[in-house]
Design a protein around this ligand. Structure first.
Ligand code: DLL
Length: 433
């Protein structure tokens, strides 16, 4: 099946935009009338629902930030009654209070429909066995993918995270054709399989990876596809939007954001203005149909670009490019902006480098100092000091050329850096300790 819902997925752009306008208008009226939080925000911004006369008028509306959810912990800005809530998810913030997201039945139905369209666009459907190796529970990854996969008639293997050897046995025994997990967990699964003597390409039916919840690069995709014999697709979402919601299609050219679900803007994080079409900035979304926890112009903090062109697959909805980093994970090393994903991209061009690295930032005197610990792959890890020195120089040179900063590179033994079952943590910033 090509599309899950062709009427919507291939709807002409103009019609989509008219639909978005209708949805936005009714959302704004509803919130102005019934949500004290949004009412006050709109008043502060001096904007009334009658001021929203076209879709671009969205820019008159106030922004919303993650801190608004924390400040209103746990459910002060929910717009559904407790009786209408059917689920909570809770995201464990690294600082301060967690954020709680509530869902009505319609919210869950829209979330699942979004994933049903997305998974169908990867060519998945009845007959597929989808191993869901995202965490089940308060995190949205496991349950989100679970219901999406069931909706398209695939068979779910709900392994959740951990117990990796058993995951691999079940993958073989039950013939998993797709796996949904973080890219770092799939790397770990691949390594453990090798140790067990299982060749994922030959000994399993795995053909598709549905990988996200953390940044990863195009270079990493190329490596994983070759190594594991799969097609690796990017999946994106945040708990505030509902959870994982959007994936690339088989064209692998950015994830489709369904226009009836979300209105996308790219904002200059400093000025708060929309950037020019195709420019890089902070992803901002208005979720058009949410009942329990509506989101107007939610500043997600992820840096990317948006592409409005109709996709070669025929879907008319905008595509958002791979996330390049977060506004808040940008490191400033001696005044130069560095995203961990740029380091990954540079490292993955070097054949001797394995899949794992760690960035340690420190301050020596007044100066920032960046150390990159790099695992070499097994074949390149040699006993000869001269060989290792050459590889080290090559990596330092590459990092300097691509990022414009000097980094010290430390080569470490294959298998010695931490492995992750969920989201990875590749940066240790000692300057803030
Ligand atoms: O990570 C939801 C999710 C689950 C997405 C499973 C994909 C798969 P949160 O824990 O709220 O929700 O974290 C959201 O993770 O703002 C991004 O910074 C990052 N992120 C998620 N997907 C990607 C991706 C889930 N494909 C935050 N590429 C987001 C880069 C991603 N970063």
């Amino acid at each position: 099946m090509k599309c899950w819902d062709p009427r919507i997925e291939e709807m002409p752009k103009e019609e989509l935009q008219q639909m978005q306008y209708r949805l936005l208008k009714s959302l704004v009226y509803r919130l102005y009338s019934f949500s004290p939080f949004y009412h006050d925000r709109m008043k502060e911004q001096n904007v009334h629902p009658d001021d929203i006369r076209t879709l671009p008028d969205v820019k008159k509306l106030p922004f919303m930030f993650k801190r608004d959810l924390r400040d209103n912990y746990p459910d002060k800005i929910f717009t559904a009654t407790k009786d209408d809530l059917v689920r909570y998810h809770v995201s464990s913030g690294t600082t301060g209070k967690p954020t709680v997201v509530g869902y009505t039945q319609n919210d869950l139905d829209n979330w699942t429909a979004s994933l049903a369209r997305a998974l169908t666009s990867l060519g998945l459907g009845r007959g597929d066995v989808i191993q869901v190796s995202y965490g089940y529970g308060l995190f949205t990854g496991g349950l989100g993918l679970h219901y999406g996969a069931e909706r398209i008639g695939a068979t779910v293997l709900p392994t959740s995270v951990g117990n990796t050897e058993r995951q691999i046995e079940l993958m073989q025994d039950l013939g998993a054709t797709a796996i949904a997990c973080t890219p770092s967990y799939l790397l770990h699964i691949g390594e453990v399989a090798e140790k067990m003597g299982v060749d994922i390409q030959k000994d399993t039916k795995l053909r598709t990876g549905i990988l996200g919840a953390e940044p990863w690069t195009e270079r990493m995709r190329i490596r994983m596809e070759k190594w594991l014999g799969i097609k690796a697709y990017d999946i994106y979402g945040t708990s505030e939007l509902s959870g994982p919601m959007f994936t690339e299609c088989t064209e692998q050219k950015g994830f489709h954001v369904w226009s009836d679900i979300a209105l996308v803007e790219i904002i200059d994080p400093k000025s708060g203005e929309q950037v020019d079409s195709g420019e890089k900035g902070e992803l901002t979304m208005t979720i058009l149909q949410k009942e329990a926890l509506p989101m107007i112009r939610f500043r997600i903090g992820d840096i990317t670009t948006v592409n409005e062109e109709v996709c070669a697959c025929g879907r008319t909805h905008p595509r958002v490019d791979r996330i390049q980093g977060r506004v808040d994970d940008m490191l400033i090393i001696r005044g130069i902006n560095v995203f961990p994903s740029q380091v990954e991209f540079a490292l993955m061009t070097i054949p001797e480098v394995g899949q794992h690295f760690q960035i340690v930032v420190d301050r020596k005197g007044a100066l920032d100092d960046m150390l990159v610990r790099v695992e070499l792959n097994k074949e390149s890890f040699s006993d000869k000091i001269t060989d290792l020195m050459l590889v080290r120089q090559k990596i330092e040179h590459k990092v300097r050329n691509s990022l414009n900063v000097n980094a010290t590179v430390e080569l470490v033994e294959p298998g010695s850096l931490p492995r992750y079952e969920g989201k990875s943590k590749r940066v240790v910033d000692r300057r803030s300790l």
